[in-house]
Ligand binder design. Sequence first.
Ligand code: PLP
Length: 442
Amino acid sequence: QRHWQSSWSAEDVRKAAVDHAMLTWSPSSSVSSLPILERAEGVYVYDSEGKKYLDWTSEAVCVNLGHSVPESVKEAMLEQMEQTPFVYGGIGLVPVRAKLSALLAELAPGDLNGFLFPSSGGEANDCAIRLARLYTGKTKIFNQYRSYHGGTLAPLGATGDFRRRFAQDSATGFVKMFNPEPHFFRWGDTDEKACEMALSCLEEQIVAEGPSTIAAIMVESIPGSAGVLIPAVGFMEGIRSLCNQYGILMICDEVMTGFGRTGSLFAFQHFEGVIPDIVTSAKGLTGSWQPLSMVGVRQPLKDFFKDKATGWGSTFQAHPVAMACGYASLKYMLEKELLSHVQRVIQPVMIEELDRLVSKYDFVKQARCVGAFGCLDLIDPKTGERVMQLGEPLTPEMQTFKKAFNAEGLIGFLRPPQVHCAPPLIISEGELRDGFQRLDRA
Ligand code: PLP
């Protein structure tokens, strides 16, 4: 009977969650300390005790358009539910799929002309890996150590972040390469040196592994959960030219960065002349109001699969209601000129405020930001080293900081020793400055 009660008390919710709910990247017992979030609006979420939080990382850097679904998006989803709530992709074509594909082809640069629509970022990367292997007839995929590509088997094999590599050994064919990360990087103390060194090591690795065995180099255009590691000028361009030179595909994972996060549709557009052979994205495509991802391929791959199956599929891929949400969300993003809002309003404030924190505190080593995608590194000022290593249990200071972060009315993911700043793209200048004041106090 209790299941059909009109409302559950916070205690009921907490007890049922503790007894039955399981988490993904944290032990399930941590559900007991999570706030119960009951309501959300704009850039704010509210817990069951009425506390208001500013969403400082757009949930998992995904609620790009905030927490209030515009009427136009609701209507588009409702209309789709009334017309054809579900059609399996192999049985029928729904108009919204054709429209979304055509819109993406128009918005994406170059000849990125073919699109598949899985449901999550991990699935999109899984699909991209499959396509690259089929197209090239080769197996190995190069990925960076500082990367996250998703929680399913192949993307987890591709992932370099050891915090996420629980089942890494069971997926094969992935070769890890270094990111040019100069700040804590031992190879050189400038962007140029680190970039040069990383590219020459990469070329050595390509030669040593054998170009005829390598299907693709797959990178996050700007590694996100690893700390917004904006590649130095020349690095992405260098990967593109090594790929051309050795007949290897370039895959850009834009699951976190796609659809406006960095102030352009895709982050690879910040790098001169770089167009990947395959691009994947998810989160921002629907503002995360529906689960939908995309894999975009260039014309030669599109042509290759004209008479061959891609061999990648799921029942829910190209889900009509999710695509209706994606199409209407993209329209909303364009009509509201959010890319220009990110470039003109958000980025300058973010850079100014992040720089202020760097100058104010000796334990804030450095900040990076592009668009609405920022991060700062916390160090021990005595040693100049990271305040803790990635994946280590939180130090007492970091635990205090985490509590203060929430107490100051900020919510989001914290990945010490880094602090991500990635609010929804609809945030106003006032809300953003208020967020930075809260972060400063924390
Ligand atoms: N790739 C990148 C760069 C990501 O940041 C993420 C998630 O954070 C993924 C892939 C996985 O996406 P999903 O969680 O939707 O499977």
